[in-house]
Design a protein around this ligand. Structure first.
Ligand code: GLP
Length: 234
């Protein structure tokens, strides 16, 4: 496990952008796994500012809420278009699970098949939930899980509450890339910023490998880069 220490959130975002831009600019095709949430916002801002040519890149997002229309402002599809895809002159071929699909099981199988078709993810970028979740793999998620529908914890729904209008409930379910799916990536970049992530980061990297802390599964992967700011590094 390689550590890159960042001084603060801005430094973490810049360092992450260097890593991702190097892959995108390599020229030959590559496959990226992309997160949502506040952590990657600085990274996406940096990448959009660099005016990269993403045409050789395919991206797969980690997750999407179930039951939102794709155009809903709080959908992860809208998040990604607002914060990255629509800011790129030559955007990547992007894919996000369809949480509005009539047959969610079929949608999960379709997403896994698309991932398999695209070939291993070259760089999977992960944020870290305060309860140690990755994507929407909540505590208790099997470490060999595939893309599937999950029930969101009360804690996760409370943290994501601010993304929704006060009179709208945070969805109770989501489609997430599974932990087993994530571990097939060639390289994983875990981003963690802020003191509120320090306990989860310590448990993930120094604690036992257990479904109780989904991010601890990263200890099983041969090529993980942890890019954390001082506050998250404890
Ligand atoms: C959500 C997302 C995760 C993200 C996590 C942390 O649950 N599904 O992919 O890593 O929140 O988000 P933030 O970066 O805002 O702390």
């Amino acid at each position: 496990m390689q550590w890159i220490h960042a001084a603060d959130y801005t430094d973490m975002s810049l360092k992450a952008a260097e890593l991702v831009a190097a892959l995108v600019q390599r020229g030959d095709r590559c496959v990226l796994g992309l997160p949502t949430g506040k952590t990657p916002l600085g990274l996406y801002r940096e990448l959009a500012a660099r005016r990269l040519d993403w045409r050789g890149v395919a991206t797969f997002n980690l997750d999407e809420y179930v039951g939102l229309s794709p155009e809903h402002p709080a959908s992860f599809r809208s998040f990604m278009r607002r914060n990255l895809f629509d800011l790129c002159a030559q955007p990547p071929r992007w894919a996000i699970p369809d949480g509005s699909a009539p047959d969610l099981t079929a949608e999960c199988l379709r997403y896994e098949a698309a991932l398999a078709e695209a070939g291993p993810i070259d760089l999977l970028i992960l944020g870290l939930g305060r309860n140690g979740h990755i994507g929407f793999n909540e505590p208790g998620s099997p470490l060999d899980s595939a893309t599937r529908v999950v029930t969101l914890s009360a804690e996760t729904r409370a943290v994501n509450r601010s993304d929704f209008p006060a009179d709208e409930a945070v969805p109770a379910r989501a489609i997430t890339m599974g932990i087993g799916t994530m571990l097939k990536a060639r390289r994983i970049l875990l981003l963690a910023g802020g003191a509120e992530k320090a306990p989860a980061l310590a448990a993930a990297l120094s604690g036992p490998v257990t479904p109780a802390v989904p991010a601890s599964a990263l200890q099983l992967h041969p090529d993980v880069i942890v890019l954390a700011d001082a506050a998250a590094s404890g």
